[in-house]
Ligand binder design. Structure first.
Ligand code: ZN
Length: 429
């Protein structure tokens, strides 16, 4: 993807501002995040759904908030401090303030022996429990400690709300593009802040342009947010969504990854593959069997929306995934900028893809319409003219321009430019 950094620095600045907040499925961190995003997207509606609301096969849980958490020894020395890293507290931990032996405490600790220096990200949304996430090397020291530890989690679970953000950018038609991203991870950058940041800047870009399609951007807690939204809007989505994407893990500079929809060949899949083929050398396609984010729900049986995902390093595949190493060093202004560019190109394809029909019988005389080089010599008819003839050849009222671009191996933007010229000359309708 060869693109200037553009708004990369601005995206990185927003990501850095959101990074310290402790987000979860629900709670203050989610609301703070949405309020900041609304500074960038004035039309963003912040919705709330009360705890206990049934949604498909699930129920909106209690709202969770955490003020502080730490582990100290009998001298008052803090071994673990939530204020230094919010990954230390297991997400949705119930409150606790207790003195424990090292053995008792160890049963409440989570660490990664194979990555002894990092703090893992662990949640327990649906089974009430508490725990701490620590570097394995620290856990080994804690096991050998002579004396007890005081474990404190100052958290609260209460009847409250699940919040999410929704922005609708109306176009000329009701046909919609769904942009889905999540806002539920604490301090981690590629998974997950890159998603909402790129979505925000994509929406800002779309808002400033004439639009044939309507764009619906959802900033939801992962899994439950898409389930809540489906429980309230399934029929409308099924009627309107022409293509959609889950924006996640799109801030580093490593692999370009593509995760198709369940159907695998929807407009969203075709546009994404086309953009990657022409702009992202080395991109790889993952199987839908390896899905893990909200495409699980957007593509679930009976829902089956055309939703795919363009990522850089895909969730679950990079060594920093769901650990304290997924930090502000892993994502870059350039990585964010390139991901934004990829999604802009997808939107450009979706906006202008259409089915054309050649408006003349037999091969048209391009020269008399000023579409052919006046002097014919070897090579002069290659490239542009060849593409022009091939576009005419496949403009049969069945192939859309995207499928023609794929057939002739040319970028969509080039095919569009040619199609516009042919239409202006009365050769395409
Ligand atoms: Zn994640």
């Amino acid at each position: 993807m060869t693109t200037p950094q553009g708004s990369g620095q601005d995206m990185y600045a927003l990501l850095s501002r959101l990074y310290p907040m402790c987000r979860s499925l629900t709670g203050r961190g989610v609301r703070q995040t949405l309020l900041i995003l609304r500074e960038y997207l004035p039309g963003l509606e912040i919705r709330e759904v009360p705890s206990g609301t049934p949604c498909l096969d699930w129920t909106v849980p209690q709202e969770w908030d955490i003020r502080d958490a730490w582990i100290e020894d009998e001298t008052g020395k803090k071994w673990v401090d939530f204020r230094e890293c919010n990954l230390h507290a297991v997400g949705y931990s119930t409150p606790i303030d207790a003195w424990l032996t090292p053995e008792e405490l160890d049963a409440r600790l989570y660490s990664l022996p194979e990555q002894p220096g990092v703090i893992p990200y662990v949640t327990s949304y649906y089974a009430p429990r508490w725990g701490f996430c620590v570097p394995h090397e620290l856990r080994e020291k804690m096991r050998k400690h002579l004396g007890r530890f005081r474990a404190v989690i100052d958290s609260e679970l209460k009847q409250g709300f699940l919040n999410y953000g929704e922005l609708v950018l109306r176009g000329e038609t009701d046909r919609e593009v769904l942009l889905s991203t999540y806002i539920c991870h604490p301090s981690m950058a590629n998974d997950n802040l890159s998603g909402p940041v790129v979505t925000t800047f994509l929406a800002r870009w779309l808002a400033e342009r004439p639009r044939r399609l309507t764009y619906r951007a959802l900033f939801i807690p992962e899994t439950l947010g898409s389930i809540v939204y489906l429980s309230q809007h399934l029929e409308a989505l099924k009627a309107k969504v022409a293509a959609g994407y889950v924006l996640t893990c799109c801030g580093d500079e490593r692999a370009w990854s593509f995760l198709p929809s369940r159907a695998g060949n929807t407009l969203a899949d075709r546009a994404a593959r086309h953009v990657l083929r022409h702009h992202a050398p080395g991109w790889m396609e993952h199987s839908f069997l390896t899905r893990g984010s909200d495409e699980r729900n957007w593509c679930a049986p009976g829902v089956d929306l055309p939703v795919a995902s363009i990522m850089r390093s895909k969730y679950g595949t990079f060594p920093e995934y769901h650990t304290s190493l997924d930090d502000l060093n892993l994502v870059t202004a350039r990585g964010l900028s390139e991901a934004l560019e990829a999604y802009k190109l997808c939107a450009a394809v979706l906006e202008r893809n259409a089915v054309w029909r050649a408006a003349c019988l037999g091969e048209p005389q391009l020269g008399k319409r000023g579409l052919y080089p006046a002097v014919s010599f070897v090579g002069s008819a290659e490239g542009w003219v060849r593409d022009m003839k091939n576009i005419l050849a496949y403009s049969d009222g069945e192939h859309d321009l995207l499928s023609i671009a794929e057939l002739i191996g040319a970028p969509f933007a080039r095919c569009l430019e040619i199609a516009d010229k042919l239409a202006a000359a009365g050769l395409l309708a």
